[in-house]
Design a protein around this ligand. Structure first.
Ligand SMILES: [Fe+2]
Ligand SMILES: [Fe+2]
Length: 417
């Protein structure tokens, strides 16, 4: 029997048949599952989900619950299972002043490109809302700059989209999806012309949302069937706007816009395309789109930490997205993207500066605070892969709010001009 109950009444062993939210708007991989651990209830509460539907006939007995917990923890997110043993928990006080990484050298240039593209993104939305002509050459110029920056150092722009979260989602989303797509496209070995087409398609992918009523776009609760139909129409509408305006773009740009919500198993829209029928550039856009939607703060929910968003996307491997594409996406974004604040096994706090694309668990970090939380005046750069004695390992990701400092302070991000 299906019953609606308060999330706080949930208990381990109960079967949640529906969390009552769209798939991208709750923290689980699926909408229904058994509660095997209290942390799964906390996840729902933290996400602001107050009520869920349970199937009372499926509630487990205590001995069945114990079996289920053991089974599920054994098949947890595979990247979390690699661990190393610390041997030295007391590093020397940093001595060299102001160490600078390769990424920090690229950041001012990347910031300039990012700021310009953000202005263009705002102009795009404004033009679309007022039914005015889109300046396609300006968008192309910005996309070319983004591709150049990614070619010099793929992590600089990825760091920026993580650190600069203060602008409105409406404007930053398309730009962020563009940056993530160009950077993962680069990791997949796409050529520069392909990356530029991908950049254009992603900048335009949600244009059609300007024709979706705001009350539907910003609705915190589950959309009704009619509202969902209108919402889903935005992808085809994005393509239509490009065609209506006769913009001089490659045909693939239109396909990225139209098919970014298609999914490998045919569950996507608008054409329910399957597998390799989905244009590959649209698949890259789709992955970046889900990642940015999950990690962004919205009016109705707090963004997930990148690590948790990647875990969620990993759960879509083999159903919504081809496994090898998911793997490459994870590899290019990094489990700990630049700008992440992490706690080490020693209790020190560090900021991730660069991803180690060969060993995602061992990025280049800056040690910024001692185990008592005291900030170092001259933070030391540590390459977790090459450190002597393998002293430090990352224990947990923490929010900048909890750490009590702004990680962007440790990057050279000016670039306005
Ligand atoms: Fe979309
Ligand atoms: Fe989108």
């Amino acid at each position: 029997m299906i019953r609606k109950i308060s999330t706080k009444q949930l208990e381990v062993g109960m079967f949640v048949s529906d969390v009552g939210r769209a798939w991208f708007n709750h923290p689980w991989k699926t909408k229904s599952k058994y509660i095997s651990d209290r942390s799964e209830i906390d996840e729902l509460v933290d996400f602001g989900i107050e009520e869920v539907y349970i199937d009372t006939q499926k509630t487990l007995r205590p001995e069945q619950t114990a079996k289920l917990s053991a089974k599920l923890s054994a098949k947890d997110f595979p990247y979390k299972t690699k661990t190393r043993v610390p041997t030295n928990l007391h590093p020397n006080e940093p001595t060299k002043p102001d160490p600078v990484s390769a990424l920090e050298q690229e950041l001012p240039k990347a910031a300039k490109a990012y700021n310009r593209a953000l202005d263009t993104s705002k102009a795009l939305v404004a033009a679309c809302r007022m039914n005015k002509r889109i300046e396609v050459d300006a968008v192309q110029e910005n996309v070319d700059e983004l591709v150049d920056s990614v070619s010099r150092n793929p992590d600089a722009l990825t760091a920026l989209i993580k650190l600069r979260r203060f602008d409105d989602y409406t404007y930053t989303h398309s730009l962020n999806v563009s940056v993530l797509s160009i950077s993962s496209g680069k990791a997949l070995g796409l050529s520069d012309p392909e990356l530029k087409i991908l950049g254009m398609g992603t900048m335009f992918h949600d244009l059609g949302k300007c024709r979706v009523p705001a009350f539907i776009l910003n609705k915190p609760d589950k959309l009704t069937d009619e509202e969902f139909v209108i919402m889903k129409n935005h992808a085809a509408m994005s393509a239509e706007i490009i065609i209506e305006q006769k913009l001089r773009v490659d045909d693939q740009v239109i396909k990225v816009a139209k098919h970014h919500h298609e999914r490998m198993d045919g569950s996507g829209y608008p054409d329910h395309l399957k597998g390799s029928d989905i244009p590959y550039l649209a698949t890259i856009c789709g992955l970046s789109d889900v990642y940015d939607a999950l990690t962004s703060d919205r009016c109705y929910h707090k963004g997930m930490l990148p690590h948790d968003a990647l875990k969620f996307i990993y759960g879509l491997r083999g159903t919504h997205f081809q496994p090898e594409w998911v793997d490459r996406f994870v590899q290019s974004v990094g489990i700990y993207p630049p700008g992440s604040v992490v706690e080490l096994n020693s209790g020190h706090i560090a900021v991730v500066m660069e991803v180690n694309h060969k060993d995602l668990l061992s990025p280049l970090i800056k040690l910024v605070a001692d185990p008592n939380g005291q900030l170092y005046p001259r933070p030391k750069l540590i390459d977790l892969e090459r450190q002597e004695n393998k002293s430090f390992i990352i224990k947990a990701v923490i929010t900048p709010k909890k750490a009590g400092f702004d990680p962007s302070y440790y990057f050279n991000i000016k670039g306005e001009a």
